[in-house]
Every structure is written in structure tokens, then in C-alpha cells.
Design a protein around this ligand. Structure first.
Ligand SMILES: [Cu+2]
Length: 166
């Protein structure tokens, strides 16, 4: 299996040549690590006031969609100020998507439908065919982007927005 990657090294550090082929084939990055992470400072326990499904699909012509729409075709996802919001990201594509929400930190609260008190982040990897649920408190009114952090997917449409007023 061919390798790809980058090496980060301090100035003057010796970087040896790394073989192009891996000794052991490894599968794509999945949710194994995420399942064992626990938040040091979890969100306060509280039921969700609003649950929103965001389904990722792809279309010919390098179109990467959220709920069937590319960026510019969406109406913003409406939430209410002060609400506890849950987003479930469902990836029906063949690639993983690191999903980033601006303006908030969210907690991973379910992986493939199994609840957990997972990590607090602003970006989470949603593996191909996987499902990740995150929760956040709508405590920062504005119009915020939510997008795939693979910039070539974002440029291909994979961005929407979340909007609420003070
Ligand atoms: Cu993506």
C-alpha cells in the first residue's frame, strides 16, 4: 500500500527517507479514536431543543451536497438563541468529511447512533457511510458557516450556514 503524508520537524532535525510503501495496509481513518475520547469539560446535561439532520451526498460534476443542495442553494439552518441544538451528520458519500462549524464548539454525543459524552471540538471527521451527532448551545448569535474542511469539497458546494439573532 502506497503512503502519503507530511513530516513536521524542528529546524536542524534529521529527517530520514521514508519508504513509499507501508509495511502494513491500514483502512481509512474511522471513528475508533472518537469512541474513546471523553470531554474534559462536557456541555451541561440538557435535552436537545432542536435536532437537525444534515445528509451528505455527491453528484456527478464534483458536486458535494448538504441535504441535496450545494452552497448558494440553501436557506440557512434556523436555530433559536439559547437552544441546545443537535446536528446529525450522515455521510452517504464514498469519502470522509471533516465538518467544521464556525462560531461554536460542539460536543460529539453519538457515533453511528450510539450515545456517548465525547470530545468537545469545532471540527469532526464524518467517515464515509458514517453518522456523527454533535450538540452545541446556540449562544453566539450570527450567521455562521458550516462546511467540509476539505477545501476542494467546500469549493464543490459542501457548505451551508446556521443563522439566529440576538
Ligand atoms: Cu468533504
Amino acid at each position: 500500500m502506497r503512503r502519503t503524508g507530511i513530516v513536521l520537524a524542528a529546524r536542524g532535525a534529521k529527517v530520514t527517507k521514508i519508504a513509499d510503501a507501508a509495511e502494513t495496509p491500514v483502512p481509512p481513518l474511522g471513528l475508533a479514536l472518537e469512541t474513546i475520547l471523553r470531554a474534559a469539560k462536557p456541555l451541561a446535561a440538557r435535552p436537545a431543543d432542536r435536532k437537525v439532520a444534515l445528509v451528505f451526498t455527491e453528484e456527478p460534476g464534483f458536486r458535494w451536497l448538504i441535504n441535496g443542495k450545494a452552497f448558494g442553494e440553501h436557506t440557512p439552518i434556523a436555530v433559536g438563541k439559547g437552544e441546545r441544538v443537535e446536528f446529525t451528520f450522515e455521510d452517504r458519500t464514498t469519502m470522509a468529511h471533516p465538518i467544521h462549524l464556525h462560531g461554536h464548539h460542539f460536543q460529539v454525543v453519538a457515533l453511528d447512533g450510539k450515545p456517548l459524552a465525547g470530545a468537545v471540538r469545532d471540527t469532526v471527521l464524518v467517515p464515509a457511510k458514517g453518522r456523527v451527532t454533535v450538540a452545541f448551545d446556540a449562544d453566539n448569535p450570527g450567521h455562521w458557516a458550516i462546511h467540509c474542511h476539505n477545501l476542494y469539497h467546500m469549493a464543490g458546494g459542501m457548505m451551508a450556514s446556521v443563522k439566529y439573532e440576538a
